[in-house]
Design a protein around this ligand. Structure first.
Ligand SMILES: Cc1ncc(COP(=O)(O)O)c(C=O)c1O
Length: 503
């Protein structure tokens, strides 16, 4: 073990006896030192050259570690002063932790205390960019040439409407294309006047929460469920009511038993996040009946149902609603890429004025240029082609992952809900702490979200959420091997065995 000390800099330990790469060791050392306050915001750090020389290692791992720390906002460069610990560090760098979700606590949020929302320090799995990261599409398969050509076409000779203030509901041609797509592909029943373009689902959830909920209102939440929704709804002061699930989705009768008078329900009926169930028709009808009677709002998050591998696609709940209770939320984050920040809402007609007013008070409208380019992307058939390709790609990746799990982790993980989407969830054997496994896996460079992160009652059976959209079959297979090591190191499970695949 090589140690470096400097008068103003704490000693750095590099372990050369482990297979864990040096750049990851450095990266973790810095991140930990910054998060724990050993390195202060604004403090200068040695140059990569000096550090490499001190540690007697090549400069490459230091450069790689620094690049990652810069990208995640832990370090910044000041012209003339070199590299510093980011001055914006307190509470900041892990704001992008999970699938782009912010993890900071909402003031006064109720039950979230048990989960992600109140974490002072980001768990290392959430800042690791390795295999299994959720909500990470195959970005390298996005048809960037076509996209940039369309975008350039619109940017080069923009009509005035692309540059001027636009409609808070969004760019009309794009909304028309979205309405047609949702009608044909998702069974959504709507007129274009009900479609609002938003900056990703998260803005849609936040608007819905602000407009429909008052502080103290109770909201049913799938248990386990989507942390981004917990966050948006509890930020409006709503009280979350965890409602259990089974293979038919949300147990409506349990929701009624616990909170008949709830003001709203948030759910992912087509592909429950994260367990993967599809809500049965009977439950859908039961839910809509309750919502109509209780005058409750149903917030349907249809985040990834384009990727369904087995049977026919399941239509959206919205298409069954005859009482105007459903707010449908969709996103392009998974089907295209998350940095677009483009999603859409389908609103009951009566809610449109309130949403328009809230949008005008917030960011007025979504940027027109992207919407204009997306209209062509849809109309010219690129969207449908990309979807077809991605479906085949994700199917292949999912199969590679399930095969690797069956081969290497058969007795240790129980795979649930692998019919759709870009992730699957695995239950651990009872008694195993999923957060400990995730933290250990992060030391092996894996980004594995623990299931308890999605729970309002985190003490239930642990599990792991494994994203596969952004990793090749080979990376997934290798990731499963490292996961096996992690499980073993956490103290349970079977001893690691030799890998069978050629590498
Ligand atoms: C359940 C769920 N809803 C929505 C989203 C997408 O959010 P956004 O559109 O804000 O990127 C995700 C992605 O992480 C998700 O997992």
């Amino acid at each position: 073990m090589k140690r470096v000390s400097a008068s103003i800099f704490p000693p750095i330990a590099i372990d050369r006896t482990t297979a864990y790469p040096i750049y990851r060791q450095l990266y973790h050392w810095f991140r930990q030192a910054i998060v724990s306050g050993r390195l202060r915001p604004g403090q200068r750090v040695p140059s990569t050259r000096a550090l490499a020389a001190e540690l007697k290692i090549s400069r490459l791992p230091v450069l790689n570690a620094f690049e990652q720390l810069h990208a995640e906002g832990f370090l910044e460069t000041l012209v003339g002063s070199g590299t510093l610990v980011s001055r914006a560090v307190p509470g900041q760098p892990w704001a992008r932790a999970v699938g782009g979700r912010s993890l900071s606590a909402a003031p006064g949020s109720s039950r979230m205390t048990a989960t992600a929302a109140t974490m002072a320090v980001p768990p290392s799995w959430s800042t690791t960019l390795g295999p299994f990261r959720v909500s990470w599409p195959a970005l390298d398969h996005f048809p960037i040439r076509i996209w940039s050509r369309i975008l350039a076409r619109h940017a080069r000779t923009p009509p005035e409407e692309t540059l001027a203030y636009g409609d808070p509901m969004g760019f009309l041609p794009f909304r028309q294309a979205v309405a047609e797509y949702l009608g044909a592909a998702r069974g959504v029943r709507c007129d274009v006047s009900q479609v609002m373009v938003v900056a990703g689902s998260q803005q849609g959830l936040q608007l819905a929460a602000r407009i429909l909920l008052a502080p103290g209102n109770r909201v049913w939440m799938e248990e386990p469920g989507y942390p981004g929704a917990h966050q948006a709804l509890s930020a409006a002061g709503a009280r979350m009511v965890p409602v259990p699930l089974d293979h038919e989705g949300l147990k409506v009768e349990e929701g009624i038993r616990h909170a008949r008078d709830a003001r709203a329900v948030y759910l992912t009926p087509s592909h429950q996040y994260p367990l993967g169930a599809t809500m049965s028709a009977a439950r859908r009808l039961e839910l809509l009946q309750w919502a109509a009677g209780a005058k409750a709002w149903v917030i349907e998050d249809d985040y990834d149902s384009e990727y369904r591998f087995g049977a026919r696609p399941v239509a959206a709940l919205q298409g069954l609603d005859t009482h105007d209770r459903v707010i449908y939320v969709g996103t392009l984050s998974k089907v295209l890429f998350p940095a677009l920040r483009v999603g859409y809402l389908v609103l009951p007609a009566g809610l449109v004025p309130a949403f328009v007013a809230a949008r005008e008070a917030a960011d007025i409208f979504s940027p027109t240029l992207y919407q204009a380019a997306l209209t062509d992307f849809l109309r010219e058939g690129h969207f449908a082609r990309h979807l077809r390709r991605m479906r085949a790609l994700y199917l292949e990746r999912r199969e590679a992952l399930t095969a690797a799990i069956a081969e290497q982790l058969g007795g240790d993980l129980e795979v649930v809900g692998s019919e759709a989407g870009m992730h699957l969830t695995c239950l651990l054997q009872p008694g195993i702490d999923d957060r400990a496994v995730s933290e250990q896996a992060a030391r092996h460079g894996l980004s594995v979200m623990p299931l308890s992160f999605c729970r309002l009652h985190p003490d239930a059976r642990g599990g792991l959420i494994l994203g596969y959209g952004g990793s090749t079959p080979r990376q997934l297979e290798d990731g499963v091997h490292r996961l096996r090591l992690s499980l073993h190191q956490v103290g349970r499970s079977v001893p690691p065995r030799r890998r069978t695949s050629a590498r």
